[in-house]
Design a protein around this ligand. Structure first.
Ligand SMILES: Cc1ncc(COP(=O)(O)O)c(C=O)c1O
Length: 433
C-alpha cells in the first residue's frame, strides 16, 4: 500500500489546510437555537452529558458521510489518493493544520491519536525516564491518566507519586495549588502531569501559572534534568480559550470527540519539538515518509524524532479522521469566544442556583477562574447514583456520576443547552430537598 510515488509526494507537503466548508455560515451560528438544531439529539431529554462523547453536528455528520461514500465505492483509490497521494490531497496534514490553527503552534508538532487515553500513553511511554527518576502527578486525575503513568513507570523503572492540590473544596485557590505543586517537586522529579479541567469536580487548573512556576525550577536544571510539564486537556479544549500552546506546557493530550464535537475516536497530542526529539515512539507510525524510507533502505531513521513518528499507525476509521477539520471549522464559525462565554454563563447559572440550596453540597468552585463547563454536587441523603437516576426517571434530565473513587453527581451545560434547561434542572434538584 505504501507507494513510493505517494510518499515522495507527501514528503514535499505543503502547509495550509484551507478552510473546510461546513455549510454552516457564521451568521446562522449567532442563534443558539440554530446551533442546537445542528445536533440530532433526542428532544425528549435535557442532555447534560454531551461532553462525555460527542453527538456529531450536521456538518461533521455530512463530512463523515461524504468520506464514507468515497471509501464504500472505491476504498483502494480513495486511500491511495487521500493518505498516500499528493500534497494537495493529503488529508493528515489538513487535520494537523486544522488543530494547530485552533490551539496555536505548528502543525508539525502534532501527532494524531484515537483519543485522550492513547495520547497520554504516547507521551508517558515516550518520555526518556529511567530508574531513580520520578513522575509527579495529583490525586485528582482520571483513571487513564494514572494508568498511563503507572505503566510507563513500571516499564522504565521510574517511580511515581500523587499529591492533593487542596484539603477541602471550599478552600481551593489558584496560588495555593501552584505552591503545592512547586513544593512537591523533588530533585528526582522529571515529569509533572496534571489535568486542565478535572472531571472529578469541575475544577479548572491555572496552567499558565503552573508552567511559570516550573520554568523557575527548570532554570536551575541542565536540559537532561528538566521537568516536563504534561497536561490532560480534554475538558478544557473546546470550552476555554483556544490559545493552548501559549499556556506553556511541554505536551498536551486531548480527544477531539468531546467538547470539540469531532468524530468519535479522534484526538491528538501536541508537544514542543524539543520534547518530541528526546522521546521514543511506542507504536509503528505510517504517517512518516522518513521512517518508511529508512526501513526500505535497511537503516535506522535519522534522529531526532518528530511528531509524525508518534501517530499510531495502520489503517484507521479514516472517514472519522478526515472529518476532524470540519469540527474545528464548526467552532470557528460560531466563534470560540462566544462558545466560552455561553458555556461559562450556563454553568455559572447552575452553580449559583445550587449554592443557594441547603440540601446540596457544591464541589465545583464558583469562580470563573477555577471552573469551566461542568458542575459537580451531591444532594444530602442521596448517593450520586440515586440523584442521577432520579433526574433521569422523573425529569428526563441526563446527568452523570463522576467515575472516581468517591463519585459525585455531575451536570455539564454545553452550547446545545439553554438557560431554561438550567432552571428546569435546578427545579428538579430543589424538589429533592
Ligand atoms: C479527565 C479525563 N481524561 C481522559 C479521559 C478519557 O478520554 P478519552 O475517551 O478521549 O480517552 C476522560 C474521559 O472522560 C476524562 O474525563
Amino acid at each position: 500500500m505504501l507507494s513510493r510515488r505517494g510518499f515522495l509526494l507527501t514528503s514535499a507537503l505543503a502547509a495550509g489546510a484551507g478552510a473546510v466548508p461546513t455549510g454552516f455560515a457564521a451568521e446562522k451560528s449567532k442563534d443558539w437555537g440554530t446551533v442546537r438544531r445542528q445536533f440530532e439529539l433526542d428532544p425528549n431529554y435535557i442532555h447534560l452529558g454531551l461532553f462525555f462523547l460527542a453527538s456529531h453536528p450536521r456538518p461533521v455528520r455530512e463530512a463523515i458521510a461524504r468520506y464514507r461514500q468515497q471509501l464504500e465505492s472505491n476504498p483502494l483509490q480513495t486511500v491511495e489518493r487521500l493518505v498516500f497521494g499528493g500534497p494537495e490531497e493529503y488529508v493528515p496534514t489538513k487535520v494537523c493544520n486544522a488543530i494547530a490553527s485552533y490551539i496555536g503552534g505548528s502543525a508539525d508538532d502534532i501527532a494524531l491519536t484515537q483519543n485522550t487515553t492513547t495520547g497520554l500513553a504516547v507521551i508517558y511511554q515516550g518520555l526518556p525516564l529511567k530508574p531513580g527518576e520520578e513522575i509527579l502527578t495529583t490525586t485528582h486525575d482520571h483513571f487513564v491518566h494514572h494508568e498511563a503513568i503507572r505503566l510507563a513507570a513500571e516499564r522504565s523503572g521510574a517511580t511515581w507519586r500523587k499529591v492533593p492540590l487542596f484539603d477541602a473544596y471550599d478552600s481551593i485557590s489558584a496560588d495555593g495549588m501552584v505552591e503545592r505543586l512547586r513544593k512537591a517537586i523533588r530533585p528526582e522529579t522529571r515529569v509533572l502531569g496534571v489535568t486542565w479541567v478535572h472531571s472529578s469536580s469541575g475544577l479548572k487548573l491555572p496552567l499558565r501559572s503552573i508552567a511559570d512556576a516550573l520554568a523557575v525550577v527548570n532554570r536551575e536544571r541542565t536540559p537532561e534534568r528538566r521537568v516536563f510539564f504534561v497536561v490532560d486537556g480534554v475538558h478544557g479544549l473546546g470550552v476555554e480559550s483556544p490559545d493552548i500552546v501559549a499556556m506553556g506546557m511541554d505536551a498536551f493530550s486531548a480527544g477531539t470527540h468531546k467538547w470539540i464535537f469531532g468524530p468519535r475516536g479522534t484526538g491528538f497530542v501536541w508537544a514542543r519539538p524539543e520534547v518530541w526529539s528526546v522521546m521514543r515512539p511506542l507504536m509503528p507510525s505510517t504517517s512518516s515518509a522518513e521512517l518508511f524510507f529508512a526501513w526500505a533502505g535497511g537503516k535506522p531513521p535519522d534522529m531526532p524524532a518528530r511528531a509524525t513518528w508518534f501517530s499510531p499507525g495502520g489503517f484507521q476509521a479514516f472517514e472519522h479522521y478526515w472529518a476532524v477539520p470540519t469540527a474545528f471549522e464548526f467552532h470557528r464559525a460560531i466563534g470560540p469566544e462566544r462558545i466560552t462565554g455561553r458555556i461559562h454563563e450556563l454553568n455559572a447559572q447552575m452553580r449559583e442556583g445550587l449554592a443557594k440550596m441547603p440540601h446540596v453540597t457544591l464541589y465545583t468552585p464558583r469562580s470563573k477562574e477555577l471552573s469551566s463547563g461542568m458542575v459537580c454536587f451531591d444532594v444530602k441523603g442521596m448517593t450520586a447514583q440515586q440523584t442521577v437516576q432520579r433526574l433521569a426517571e422523573r425529569n428526563r434530565i441526563l446527568a452523570s456520576t463522576t467515575p472516581y473513587a468517591v463519585p459525585y453527581a455531575r451536570v455539564a451545560f454545553g452550547i446545545q443547552n439553554t438557560p431554561d434547561e438550567v432552571e428546569k434542572t435546578l427545579a428538579a434538584i430543589r424538589s429533592m430537598a
